[in-house]
Design a protein around this ligand. Sequence first.
Ligand SMILES: [Zn+2]
Length: 336
Amino acid sequence: MLQDRTTKPIDIHVHVVGTGAGGTGCWLRMSGWRRPLAWFMLRHLGMPWQALSGDFDRLWVERLLQWTQQSSLGAVVILAQDQVYDPQGRRVDQAGTFYVPNDYVFQLAKKHPQFLPGVSIHPARPDALEELDRCLAAGAVLLKCLPNCQNIDCNDPRFTRFWERMAEARLPLLAHTGGEHTVEVVRPDLATPRVLKLPLECGVTVIAAHCGARSGLWDTDFFSSFAEMTRHYPNLYGDISAFSVPIRGRHVPECLQAPLASRLVHGSDFPVPVYAYWSWLRGYIPLAACRTCERIPNLLEKDLQLKRALGFPEATFTRAWQLLRRGPERPSNEQT
Ligand SMILES: [Zn+2]
């Protein structure tokens, strides 16, 4: 069965979020304009606002599991989210929008084989290397970070050993690139894919989430820097997550071109809403395909079907199986 699923699409960018209900250890901070945004996202998930003060964490996982099982995906990588640390390795408790402990994603992945654990470790943490080894032993398939939101200057030479250890263990780094509007940004200057040079030079397989594309009107667009870097670094990839929001969609035609197309992997950035209408308005898909996508209530499946309709080659959806770290339960296809 496990052999089988590697021929199916995989979504490497899926968020689990929690309030800590049921002792999950998660937390969520929503202030100001993030409250209406959260309301909007919950509506897309078919979850009532009141869920936030109830059994939220369980409801989130139930919805995600149901949609994963009902989709054509073989698996999804669920992502932990570490806290913000300063360069001296001190935790900044007043910063950060949400926290998801590594143990929570391990626990979920153990229970549900469709979920693969993506961990998150701030490399400035005094225990960063120990935590990395612990997560490797527990079967982490990738490590996620948001340099501009978690205050991680990946090029800081003090992190060299951390990246080298990741490279040795063949644990890929999924790093957010480009502007960010859902999670609080603490270092806007770290949105550029150039921040990923040191891990790339240490030999880590790096996946630049969103390919450096901007998400807000006033963000800098780093897509061309990303595309240029893929020519220098054979170990650099990009994910096409949250590409269905209006502004990021403008790079779809370039993403379909060789050789860049062979460096892209599928991710949805669940629970980010998916709109097929923007792709139709841009002339990328016919109205009939747009309508077919809009009828799919399952966000994971809708995102996948929209990207197929946009013309992404089928390899985009399975390529990540070769990049993810092979955990103890993973099949024996070696990384390329
Ligand atoms: Zn994300």
